[in-house]
Write a protein of this length. Structure first.
Length: 485
């Protein structure tokens, strides 16, 4: 066989080693049923992208049409000039992160029920490893019950409960702790696997490692919170009620919210990046990179994005104030709405009582009432909730304006509508919980509702996010190839 002035052998010699093994580290970009021979690397040169499908350094780029799914490892032919591309996380990574966020959501809900049923102080020790098993014999149960009998909660509130009733509250707290451990395992093991298999986009390992550390710290913070309700000093404080510190409860719940939002947002972003790279879809639209750039550079969209970020922070702050309401049992006061004792606000001497001051000069009057006075805490939560609802309603109305509606991607409009709908549900749940004196089912659903409202805001922010660098690189390579073939 002759090509130009060169002769080629009729039969090519067999390679001296396993060619597939030499190129297992290379990643490929799938195009329908075809695949580019492309190799993973941190940077994609625009010049190289422009020459995809043409000649690279004087050699013809080798294309191999196969029927394998995208990004499967394949080998190059001897004359191939591989194009270097960054690693792009596949859908299993996104699925794992979203599943992890669902587990965190479950932990938050179970933790809320544990608090509402006053079960959180039933386990008086923290045993991260051996504590995964509950008492298995009658003697072990009696031993745990004896430990509980030494706590202020038993002596002041539950001195009449029997072993059977103790088992009920014990299992509630035990289930919350075990679910937290399972969440940690379900996050760390796949993280290790994906990291070793190099399936994580360059921006992910550091943030995901931070989440893993935060999960461990969350367990320690949970015990730190429980320990505050087991202190013997409560027995010496007149009128003291055995309960955990509202500060530690807020820190514990706030950390869980951060974990949830981080896992969910990262997972959804990874999924959207994959769809953009392989299908060219972004924000409910399908098109080239210029479209999302034009949308995100629109002044109206920029202003809406800033507003959405501020509203997300407000949603988080409102949920955090709810932790103070729960920690101080403030929901059992002023069980009416919208008034408080027939007024829009309680009397000033109730809102800022000197009884909560500890400084001799009363310099701590303001902040101690804000965080330690149940009446002030409930009033603050009401104000934040009303503000959040009004801000969400305004955001929804913004999306109905013709100019902004035409500029926003469809997915962002849908998420804004979902956020407003969830805000309505959450307000109704909050008012019902207050009017009916905090029944456990309603209060638990109300706490879950705060997570769902945060969920809609996280999805909205991801919908307004530009595709990641790796996704843009793969998309450019795909467009360059399609332009030639």
């Amino acid at each position: 066989m002759r090509v130009g002035s060169r002769s080629l052998p009729a039969v090519f010699p067999k390679p001296p080693c396993n060619v597939r093994a030499l190129h297992q580290s290379r990643s490929f970009l799938g195009i329908g049923t075809g695949i580019h021979n492309l190799r993973s690397s941190p940077i994609l040169s625009e010049t190289v992208v422009n020459r995809l499908g043409l000649r690279t350094q004087g050699r013809q780029l080798s294309l191999r049409v196969t029927r394998h799914r995208p990004f499967d490892p394949r080998f190059f032919s001897n004359n191939a000039a591989p194009v270097e591309l960054p690693v792009l996380s596949p859908p299993p990574v996104a699925g794992w992160l979203i599943f992890s966020s669902v587990l965190v959501f479950a932990v938050i809900v179970v933790g809320g029920v544990t608090r509402l049923t006053e079960s959180g102080l039933s386990i008086t020790e923290w045993k991260p490893i051996t504590g995964i098993l509950p008492p298995l014999s009658e003697s072990q149960w009696n031993e745990e019950f004896d430990k509980y009998k030494a706590t202020p909660e038993f002596k002041l509130l539950n001195h009449s409960i029997n072993l059977s009733e103790f088992k009920d509250i014990f299992y509630m707290e035990w289930g919350h702790r075990v679910l937290g451990r399972l969440t940690g395992i379900a996050f760390v093991l796949p993280l290790t696997y994906f990291a070793l298999r190099k399936r994580l986009t360059a921006s992910l390992p550091r943030s995901l490692a931070g989440m893993a550390v935060l999960i461990g710290l969350q367990g320690a913070l949970g015990w730190y919170m429980v320990k505050s309700g087991l202190e013997d000093s409560l027995m010496d404080t007149p009128g003291a009620v055995p309960r955990v510190s509202q500060y530690r409860l807020a820190a514990h719940l706030g950390t869980a919210f951060v974990l949830y939002a981080g896992m969910l947002g990262t997972g959804i972003a990874a999924l959207y990046d994959w769809r953009y790279a392989t299908k060219g879809t972004w924000g409910g639209l399908k098109g080239n990179a210029a479209q999302w750039k034009t949308i995100l550079e629109n002044p109206l969209v920029k202003r809406f994005t800033r507003y959405s970020k501020a509203l997300t922070a407000l949603v988080f702050l409102t949920a955090l104030s709810g932790a103070f309401v729960a920690g101080l049992d403030a929901g059992l006061l002023y069980n009416e709405f919208p008034l408080m004792g027939g007024r829009l606000a309680p009397p000033s001497d109730e809102l800022f009582s000197t009884a909560y001051c500890k400084a001799t000069d009363k310099s701590d009057l303001w902040w101690r009432n804000v965080f330690e006075n149940p009446i002030t805490v409930q009033f603050d939560h009401r104000c934040l909730a009303i503000t959040t609802y009004a801000a969400t309603a305004y955001m929804f109305m913004m999306t109905r304006r013709p100019a902004l509606r035409a500029a926003l991607p469809p997915l962002a409009r849908r998420m804004a509508t979902a956020a407003f709908a969830m805000a309505n549900v959450q307000v109704l749940l909050g008012i019902s919980t207050l009017l009916y004196l905090v029944p456990v089912p309603l209060a638990a659903v109300h706490q879950a509702g705060s997570v769902m409202l945060l969920t809609t805001m996280v999805q909205l922010l991801v919908a307004l996010r530009r595709p990641g660098a790796a996704a843009r690189a793969w998309r450019q390579a795909l467009q360059a190839r399609n332009g030639k073939h």
